[in-house]
Design a protein around this ligand. Structure first.
Ligand code: ADP
Length: 328
């Protein structure tokens, strides 16, 4: 059976981008047609300046939102990365296969390192090695497919390269994974700055729709989205990125094709209104389930405990094999 692995970082409140780009497909498709693991990757949240209590709180909240989005612990394994030692164990071995040059070429490293420096902070070494840990997350489970948004494909490519290199040097140990992405809304953009992605780690702003935003907050954010100059509604990612983003969000939430939807509108106001309502409707059931889960923390703890145990059992044979193969 196809093995699927994917993760989410508890660096901020989850966004509409996380949901449309990743979580929704995990719940609707991946968990049913494969042997899937979904992980709150808390070790990755330590690569930038962070508040320990906040990371712990966001890890729980993210796990709860994964369940609220429809992940069913009877169908898939939901767990927290730091509960399973195999990730860090394998990461070190992969650091002995990766090169300094390939780490420095990672786009996200360059962007995030520049941001840390602009803030006057220092760049943590773990920010540089982050993609190796992500490769370990993926390779430890013999993963075939990694369903992620567009922004993560370069990291999955690295995991592929490391798997191939390790197998060639030390004997076949790892399955070579591949990234899979959604057809629409693979990259949801910031509503106030539609050339940047809607990222949860960014400072909270009016351009980011959070999964737990109240309906009126969602409406306000969508209605205030920047649109491009011009009057006509057309779908053009290059020239009209603000409009294209709204059309993609509407298509992802209500169905349809962004270019065809464009033809159905002759004003920005009507497009925004329909987009806002479509987002509110998509978020409503997730928020309802999240409320119910928040009232039952023991249930979430139990799911995570069992998930970690299952994950450990799946990862250990592969990680042990990698240790033997590399000479340990
Ligand atoms: P973030 O960038 O919000 O910190 P993560 O690294 O935790 O997100 O990614 C979790 C999943 O959500 C990944 O599969 C990622 O590709 C997807 N994702 C994150 N932001 C977006 C976005 N704006 N549009 C589409 N997918 C996204």
């Amino acid at each position: 059976m196809t093995r699927v692995f994917s993760g989410i970082k508890p660096t901020g409140h989850l966004t509409l981008g996380n949901y449309l780009g990743a979580m929704r497909r995990w719940a609707a498709d991946d968990q049913y047609r494969s042997d899937a693991l979904f992980c709150v990757v808390d070790l990755h949240a330590l690569t930038v300046d962070h508040d320990p209590a906040r990371v712990r709180r966001l890890s729980r909240q993210s796990a709860s939102l994964l369940l609220a989005a429809g992940l069913d612990p009877e169908q898939c394994t939901v767990f927290v990365q730091s509960h399973v030692d195999e990730h860090a164990r394998l990461s070190y071995v992969l650091e002995c296969v990766a090169t300094d040059g390939e780490m420095r070429r990672m786009i996200q490293y360059k962007e995030k390192a520049a941001r840390e420096q602009r803030r006057g902070g220092s760049v943590r070494l773990s920010l540089l090695t982050y993609p190796v840990l992500m490769a370990a997350d993926i390779l430890a489970y013999g993963t075939d497919e990694v369903p992620v948004g567009d922004d993560q494909t370069q990291h999955v490519e690295l995991a592929r390269d490391l798997a191939v290199r390790f197998n060639q040097r030390y004997g076949h140990t790892f399955t070579v994974p591949r990234a899979t992405g959604p057809a629409v809304a693979a990259r949801v953009m910031n509503l106030q700055d539609p050339v940047s992605k809607m990222g949860k780690s960014d400072d909270a702003g009016p351009g980011i729709v959070y999964l737990l935003d109240e309906p009126d907050v969602v409406r306000k954010k969508v209605m205030r989205a920047v649109t491009d100059s011009g009057q006509d509604v057309v779908y053009d990612r290059e020239e009209r990125p603000g409009l294209a983003n709204l059309l993609e969000i509407l298509a992802a939430c209500a169905g349809g094709d962004p270019a065809e939807l464009a033809g159905a509108y002759d004003s920005y106001g009507a497009l925004k209104k329909d987009t806002a309502e479509a987002v509110v409707e998509v978020l409503r059931p997730v928020q309802e389930r999240h409320r119910a889960l928040s009232a039952d923390p023991e249930y979430v703890d139990g799911v995570l405990r069992e998930g970690a145990e299952r994950a450990r059992g799946m990862a250990r044979p592969t990680v042990d094999a990698a240790y033997r193969a590399i000479g340990l």
